[in-house]
Write a protein that binds this ligand. Structure first.
Ligand code: CMC
Length: 426
C-alpha cells in the first residue's frame, strides 16, 4: 500500500508520498513542497536529506553494512580486484572475463600522460600540497584530451583515461616532490603493482613487487571505491548537474576531499598519533581534550556522519594492518598507540553516548605507512580509490534524463531593504 505523510499548515492538509528503497529505507518526497505550500526545508549539512535516488551503494548505519551494487564490502575486499570493483560500480554489474580483460587493456593503453604535462609539475613549488596539484592536473587533462565525437565514446574514453591517468599523475607528483626522475607505467603490471612501481622504482634501486603489499593496496582502494553521497561525491554530482564535463566534476571532487574532516582525516590521524607519541603517549589526556567543549580538538579517525556503529571498513583495515606489519616483520609504535586509544575511547561514556566509533581512516594510515606511502600523499591515495565511485555517481546522474540542476534554497536572515548611502555621507 502506498504511504503518505500529511503536513498541516495554516489549517490546510497536504500529502506527500513516501518513497521506499530496495532495503526498506523510507524518505518523504518533498519535490512539490515549495510549489504546493510556499515552504522550503532547512537541513544544515543535509543530514536529513536524500539528494538523489541511487542504485550504486547501500549503507546500513545501524548494522554497519556497506555494499556496492548489492555485494558486501567484505567479499569485494577479499576476493575482487580494484579494477573489477571499478567496473562493477561504473557499469552496474560484475564483468565477464572478456569484459574485464578489455577494460584492463583500455586502462593500460591510457596510462601514459602527455609529456607536456611534466612542465606543469616542474613549475609547482616542491612543497606544494599534492591534492592541490592533483586537482589542477585533472582539470588540465581536459585541455590535452578534447571532447570526442559521440557522447558514448567521450564517456567511455574519459572514464578509463581518468582511472588510469590519475594514478600515473599521483605517482609523478611524488617523484617531482622528491626531485626524482619519473617512472613510466609498465604494461606487464597490474593496476596496483604498476602504481607501486611508479612510486618506488628508481634507476639506482629496483622496486621488488611484493604480492602481499599489492593485495593490501588493492583492498585499501576497494574499500575506498564508493561511499554514497559523502561531501566529495555530492560535490561531483552538484558540479556535474550543471552538465560540467567529467574532468571538471572530478577535479571539484578532489578539492572537496582535500579537507581534514573528510579525505584528510587519514593524514590527521597519523599526525595526531605522532604528536601523542612525542608528548609521551598520554592517551587519557588526548581523550579528555576531545571531550572538552572549550577545546576545538576532535579525536581524528573517530565518528562518522552516517555510521552510528563500527565502520565496517575499519574492521577490515585493522586486520590488513596487522597482517602487513606481521609480514614485514615490522612494528609500528603508532599502531600500538592506536589500539590503546581505541580501547580507552570505546569504554568511555562520552564516546559511547555519542556513538563515536573508529572510522576507516583510523587504521588506513597505518597500512599506508607500512607500504611506504609518505603521509602527505595519504589523501591522494584516498582520491585514487574514490575515483570509480565519483565516476559511477556522475554517470548515474548523466544517464538520468531528469537530472536536475542542483540549486538549494536558503532562508534569508540579513537586513531588509536598506537605502544605499553614498560614500561621502557615511
Ligand atoms: N571527537 C570528539 N567528539 C566528537 C567527534 C570526535 N571525533 N566527532 C563528533 N564528536 C561529537 C561532537 O563534538 C558533538 O558533540 P555534542 O553533540 O556534545 O556537541 C557530537 O559528537 C556530534 O558531532 P557532529 O559534528 O554534529 O557530528 P557529525 O555527524 O557532523 O560529524 C564527523 C561527523 C566525521 C565530521 C566528526 O565525527 C569528526 O569531526 N570526526 C573527526 C574527523 C574524522 O575522522 N573524519 C573522517 C570521517 S570518515 C571519512 C569520510 O567519510 O570522509
Amino acid at each position: 500500500m502506498d504511504e503518505y505523510v500529511k503536513l498541516i499548515y495554516k489549517e490546510k492538509t497536504y500529502e506527500f508520498p513516501v518513497i521506499i528503497g530496495s532495503e526498506g529505507e523510507k524518505a518523504i518526497d518533498i519535490s512539490q513542497l515549495l510549489k504546493e505550500t510556499g515552504l522550503t526545508t532547512v537541513d544544515p549539512g543535509f543530514a536529513n536529506t536524500s539528494s538523489c535516488i541511487s542504485a550504486i551503494t547501500y549503507i546500513d548505519d545501524e548494522k554497519g553494512i556497506l555494499r556496492y551494487r548489492g555485494i558486501p564490502i567484505e567479499q569485494l575486499a577479499e576476493q575482487s580486484s580494484f579494477v573489477e570493483t571499478a567496473y562493477l560500480l561504473i557499469n552496474g554489474k560484475l564483468p565477464t572475463q572478456n569484459e574485464l580483460t578489455s577494460f584492463s587493456v583500455m586502462l593500460n593503453d591510457q596510462s601514459l600522460v602527455h609529456e607536456d604535462m611534466q612542465f606543469f609539475f616542474q613549475k609547482f613549488p616542491r612543497s606544494s600540497p599534492p591534492m592541490g596539484i592533483l586537482s589542477s592536473m585533472v582539470t588540465a587533462l581536459r585541455s590535452f584530451y578534447p571532447e570526442l565525437q559521440t557522447i558514448e565514446e567521450e564517456i567511455n574514453r574519459t572514464v578509463t583515461r581518468l582511472l588510469s591517468k590519475v594514478r600515473t599523475l599521483a605517482a609523478m607528483s611524488y617523484k617531482f616532490s622528491r626531485g626524482h626522475k619519473v617512472v613510466y607505467p609498465r604494461q606487464d603490471l597490474s593496476y596496483c603493482a604498476n602504481f607501486l612501481n611508479m612510486m618506488f622504482h628508481s634507476p639506482v634501486r629496483s622496486y621488488k613487487i611484493d604480492e602481499d603489499i599489492v593485495k593490501s593496496l588493492n583492498a585499501f582502494w576497494v574499500l575506498h571505491a564508493d561511499h554514497e553521497q559523502n561531501c566529495s561525491t555530492s560535490t561531483v554530482r552538484m558540479v556535474g548537474s550543471g552538465r560540467a564535463n567529467l574532468y571538471a566534476s572530478i577535479s571539484a571532487g578532489i578539492a572537496a576531499l582535500w579537507s581534514p574532516l573528510h579525505g584528510g582525516a587519514n593524514q590527521a590521524v597519523i599526525e595526531m598519533l605522532s604528536g601523542l607519541r612525542e608528548q609521551g603517549g598520554k592517551v587519557s589526556q588526548l581523550i579528555e581534550r576531545a571531550k572538552d567543549k572549550n577545546d576545538p580538538f576532535r579525536l581524528m579517525g573517530f565518528g562518522h556522519r552516517v555510521y552510528k556503529t563500527y565502520d565496517p571498513r575499519a574492521k577490515i583495515m585493522k586486520k590488513i594492518g596487522d597482517q602487513i606489519l606481521k609480514k614485514l616483520s615490522a612494528t609500528d609504535p603508532l599502531l600500538d598507540l592506536a589500539v590503546e586509544l581505541e580501547t580507552v575511547a570505546l569504554n568511555d561514556d562520552y564516546f559511547i553516548d555519542h556513538n563515536l566509533y573508529p572510522n576507516f581512516d583510523f587504521y588506513s594510515g597505518i597500512v599506508l605507512r607500512a607500504i611506504g606511502i609518505p603521509t602527505n600523499m595519504f589523501t591522494v591515495m584516498f582520491a585514487i580509490g574514490r575515483l570509480p565511485g565519483w565516476i559511477a555517481q556522475w554517470k548515474e546522474g548523466f544517464d538520468n534524463p531528469k537530472w536536475k540542476l542542483s540549486r538549494p534554497r536558503q532562508v534569508y536572515i540579513g537586513p531588509s531593504e536598506t537605502r544605499y548611502i553614498p560614500i561621502a555621507d557615511r
